[in-house]
Design a protein around this ligand. Structure first.
Ligand SMILES: Nc1ncnc2c1ncn2[C@@H]1O[C@H](COP(=O)(O)OP(=O)(O)OP(=O)(O)O)[C@@H](O)[C@H]1O
Length: 263
């Protein structure tokens, strides 16, 4: 029942309510409030950036959305359904996909096989019944989106760092998510690779909702519209990138550490 993903292609930059709605979220680890009363609404079709200093709670927030960490209290609603208490694989099947800071590609498998395997994960039964020969539409589309067609048959182990990140994004797309959560997708990338990734994210956001954790201020300035700043487990500020950068609270807790970036 879950294959159709892109029924609607919302206009970029025109969110239509909350695809993801988080209310009064708390995550407490041994008395430490890693998330402390977060409210967050991300509308369908948004490309939302999540920033904040180390330990602000960004990864914990993504962990809660994807079912890896159980919240202490609060609600997480995706497309009208609660995610709290669901298992990770159920949340993937509901249409939420994420990348991790550490790579999850199989090095011996080809680029194409990695994408195919990822696509199979979301809808194993459908794939099994179809017993297709050749490449399914969603796998071909994912491969084209990430621009690695020329390397389709090469083992993933030979990919550069940037290409590997794109492959992981392709693997996510092939699972047909509505919401993609990307954890520092341009970390360690060259300038050209960052640019290519920015274009890729912009393209993906045309028919997906995307939340990106990112530290790179230049990247944010170029590709972000709405930015949410987390600090000590709470939302400090939210707004467009220019307003967020100009906010004294943000400069103090976040940009203040990187004056050269904030200029
Ligand atoms: N499983 C855990 N047990 C105890 N404390 C944790 C756990 N996971 C995270 N924390 C703590 O919660 C806080 C938030 O961590 P989190 O990784 O979410 O921050 P972050 O904003 O993603 O930081 P970074 O930019 O460094 O990745 C940190 O102080 C971290 O040490």
């Amino acid at each position: 029942m879950t294959e159709t993903v892109r029924e609607e292609a919302p206009t970029a930059g025109k969110p239509s309510g909350g695809l993801l709605e988080i209310r009064d979220l708390m995550v407490v680890f041994d008395g430490f409030k890693a998330i402390n009363g977060v409210d967050l609404t991300v509308g369908e079709g948004e490309l939302r950036f999540l920033i904040g200093p180390n330990g602000a709670g960004k990864t914990t927030l993504i962990d809660v959305i994807t079912g890896l960490t159980k919240p202490t209290s609060g609600t997480v609603t995706f497309a009208g359904a609660s995610l709290v208490g669901r298992k990770e694989h159920q949340i993937v099947r509901m249409g939420v996909g994420r990348t991790f800071q550490t790579s999850v590609v199989f090095e011996e498998l080809s680029v194409l096989e990695n994408i195919d395997l990822a696509a199979t994960f979301r809808n194993p039964l459908v794939k099994l019944l179809r017993r297709r020969r050749g490449v399914s539409d969603e796998v071909a589309a994912a491969l084209a989106t990430i621009g690695l067609e020329d390397l389709a048959d090469k083992p993933a182990g030979i990919l550069s760092h940037g290409q590997r990140q794109w492959l992981e994004i392709g693997m996510l797309i092939a699972q047909g998510p509505k919401l993609l959560l990307l954890d520092e997708p341009v970390a360690g990338m060259s300038k050209d690779e960052r640019e290519r990734t920015g274009e890729l994210l912009t393209e993906i956001a045309r028919d997906h909702t995307v939340i990106v954790i990112e530290h790179d201020m230049e990247f944010l300035r170029r590709y972000a519209s709405t930015v949410t700043v987390l600090h000590e487990g709470s939302v400090l500020v939210e707004g467009d990138v220019a307003a967020v950068q100009a906010d004294p609270k943000v400069q103090e807790v976040y940009l203040g550490r990187k004056k050269e970036d904030a200029a």
